[in-house]
Structures are given as structure tokens and as C-alpha cells.
Ligand binder design. Structure first.
Ligand code: GLN
Length: 272
């Protein structure tokens, strides 16, 4: 795997071995150098071949942790990233009362990591999620069930590129969150192979300048965000100022952005 350009080879190899054998790291260590049964060896070879093609670990293992919660993932959804946890931090800091029955909307559910985590953190909240890909929607629904929040979430298929797309959502909402596609279309092929070759274009491609989805959201901001409510949108590096301007032009009041752990302005906020 080193030759394929993968860092952290030992760590990943151990995870793949665990996955192939169904044994924990501790169990593997206690087995020492006993040879693996042929079925396990075969399984490991299959998983390693996928990783060498730079398939993301999360797709091979079928799961990724986000905010300490397990999310099933497939190639139909963007892999949840630590950067996106900044959206959750921002929501918790701006809406400290966890007991309120907030109405929350997530535009572009993917795995559901944003909305479903918020429904866990706000036990009386109700959520609506919009997702254009039926395959992704099925994953998000499965995650909602597994996390025990399905009863408080309405996860719907829909596409903000179509007219009247907000009508079925039933807003307005106290909190609208989104991690929209924000990569400039022409740069996607130059990203690391895990992203460029394996993650869904629908979740990455933000149009020619990467900002198209923010314009769509801004155009309906005052309709979707209730007066006094909040919009939190993840942005790419260097996009925060422009996105704040786009939200401002849509009639919302932008505020200071939230930084991710790398110190990058990662989440733009705006209020109505
Ligand atoms: N965070 C992803 C990346 O940089 C992009 C996801 C997105 O477009 N929302 O690869």
C-alpha cells in the first residue's frame, strides 16, 4: 500500500485485517503469528486491492465516526469529515438550550451526519432533510433508524436545482444547516484520488466558482430561516467572505465565521 501513495499504512492495514477477520486488534495480537485461515486471507487481499485503488477507508469499512456517532457510509455519500463537526459546534454554541423543540432543516443530507447529530444533541428538536440522490437518502434513513432519531426526522428526496424545491419542506426553520458541494468544478479531478475518483460528484461539484449552491440557498434564505433563526453553512477554504456576502445579498445578516480545528474559516453563519 505504501507504493500506492498511502500514508498511515500500518494503521490502515490493521483496520483492514480486523475487518477481514472480524477480530479486534487485541484478538489479533493474541493470535501472534498463527497463520490466518484461507478465507480471511482472501478477504484481506480483496480489501487491500480496493485500498490500493485509493478507495476511501470509510467506504471499505462501511462506516465512519462523526461527533462520536457511527454513520454507515457507501460511495453514494460524502465521507463525513471532522471539519464538518464545526457546524455542530457552532449550533451548540449559538443555541445553548438543548431542551427546546427547534425545527431544523438540512440541505443536502448525504449520510445525514449533520441533521442526525443535531437531532441527537437536541432531543426535542424535529428535523427535515433534503437529498437529491435516492441512494444517499436510503443511507441517511438507515442511519436515522440506527441512531434512534428516525421518529423526529422527515428525510425527503428533492433537488434544489428544480423550481419550487422549497415547497414540500414545510418551513420556516429555527436552524438551517448545509454542507453543500463547494469545490470548483474544474479542480475536482486534481484532488486526492480518494475524493476525485470515489466520492460522489453531486456532493462535491459547486459549479464553475464553487459557490453556486450558496446562491441557491441565499435566494430562499428569508423563506426557509424563521425570523430570529439561524443559517449555518460549511464552506471551502477561502470562501467564507464571499459566502457571507452572498447570504447578505439574500437579505440575511451574516456574522463572524467559525473556524475548524485547522484554523480555517469553515462555517458561515447568518441570521434572519
Ligand atoms: N470537504 C470536502 C473536500 O474538501 C468537500 C465537500 C463539499 O464540497 N462539501 O474534499
Amino acid at each position: 500500500m505504501t507504493a500506492a501513495g498511502i500514508d498511515n499504512v500500518r494503521f490502515e492495514a490493521r483496520l483492514l485485517l480486523s475487518h477481514a477477520t472480524g477480530l479486534s486488534t487485541e484478538e489479533l495480537i493474541s493470535r501472534g503469528r498463527n497463520p490466518a485461515p484461507p478465507a480471511h486471507e482472501e478477504a484481506l487481499r480483496g480489501l487491500t486491492a480496493r485500498r490500493v485503488k485509493r478507495e476511501p477507508m470509510a467506504y471499505i469499512l462501511g462506516e465512519r465516526e462523526f461527533w462520536g456517532l457511527p454513520f454507515k457510509v457507501t460511495p453514494a455519500v460524502l465521507v463525513p469529515r471532522p471539519d464538518s463537526e464545526t457546524v455542530i459546534e457552532a449550533a451548540l454554541s449559538l443555541m445553548p438550550d438543548r431542551t427546546r423543540a427547534w425545527r431544523i432543516l438540512d440541505l443536502g443530507l448525504g449520510s445525514g451526519c449533520l441533521l442526525l447529530t443535531l437531532l441527537k444533541e437536541f432531543p426535542n428538536a424535529r428535523g427535515v432533510g433534503l437529498e437529491a440522490s435516492p441512494e444517499a437518502l436510503a443511507i441517511a434513513r438507515g442511519n436515522a433508524e440506527a441512531l434512534g432519531v428516525a421518529g423526529r426526522g422527515t428525510l425527503r428526496e428533492g433537488d434544489w436545482r428544480l423550481p419550487d424545491w422549497t415547497r414540500p419542506l414545510g418551513g420556516p426553520f429555527d436552524l438551517v444547516v448545509s454542507n453543500p458541494p463547494y469545490i470548483e468544478a474544474s479542480t475536482i479531478d486534481g484532488l486526492m484520488p480518494e475524493v476525485a475518483r470515489h466520492e460522489p460528484r453531486l456532493a462535491l461539484d459547486g459549479g464553475p466558482d464553487g459557490l453556486a449552491p450558496y446562491r441557491v440557498i441565499a435566494a430562499v434564505g428569508r423563506e426557509l430561516v424563521a425570523p430570529g433563526g439561524l443559517l449555518l453553512a460549511e464552506v471551502g477554504e477561502g470562501q467564507a467572505i464571499e459566502v457571507a456576502e452572498i447570504f447578505g445579498a439574500g437579505g440575511l445578516q451574516p456574522g463572524a465565521p467559525f473556524k475548524d480545528l485547522g484554523g480555517i474559516d469553515r462555517v458561515v453563519r447568518a441570521t434572519h
